[in-house]
Design a protein around this ligand. Structure first.
Ligand SMILES: [Mg+2]
Length: 161
């Protein structure tokens, strides 16, 4: 019934994603949500686990891009720390925003993954455009008030495993 809200994969953290199997599916690009997907909400705390994961993804052949609705300055700063690209002006879950992101990275729905912690922004938008979507559990429970409401809906619909 809510198929458009269901991710292709569901994991505890990004570290649990099987990168090689994604490559075998023909996927080359990963759009990565920032807040509560790779760092706690509004934090620049980069873990060594995250650095290892980024290196591993790049070694597996992926192009990585931060794709967040948070402010441009914050995402740019984090992108500089991690030495990966950031897509300016999020706008998730609008399909327009996802299409603009694909254009920016010169990618297609068939070769691009969206990894995020929110059903109603990352997964919904990604699915609408036809990306391969992966839902992870939020890193911390501290979050934007609007997100808390979305969590309530996620629970109500029992989307998260
Ligand atoms: Mg998030």
């Amino acid at each position: 019934m809510f198929k458009i809200l269901i991710p292709d994969e569901n994991h505890d953290t990004i570290n649990d994603v099987d990168l090689s199997s994604l490559r075998k599916k023909g996927l080359n690009n990963i759009l990565i949500d920032v807040d509560n997907t790779i760092v706690p909400w509004n934090s620049d705390k980069v873990s060594s686990n995250l650095r290892t994961w980024i290196k591993k993804s790049q070694d597996t052949g992926f192009e990585l891009y931060l794709f967040s609705n948070n402010s441009h300055s914050r995402i740019k700063k984090l992108a500089d720390i991690l030495k990966i690209s950031a897509i300016p002006k999020g706008g998730k879950p609008l399909t327009f925003a996802f299409r603009r992101a694909l254009k920016y990275i010169d990618g297609s729905p068939e070769d691009t993954v969206m990894i995020g912690d929110q059903v109603f922004t990352d997964i919904w938008g990604g699915n609408l455009v036809g990306l391969y979507t992966i839902l992870v559990n939020p890193i911390s429970s501290k979050e934007f008030w609007g997100t808390k409401f979305n969590r309530f809906l996620e629970k109500l619909l029992a989307i998260r495993r």
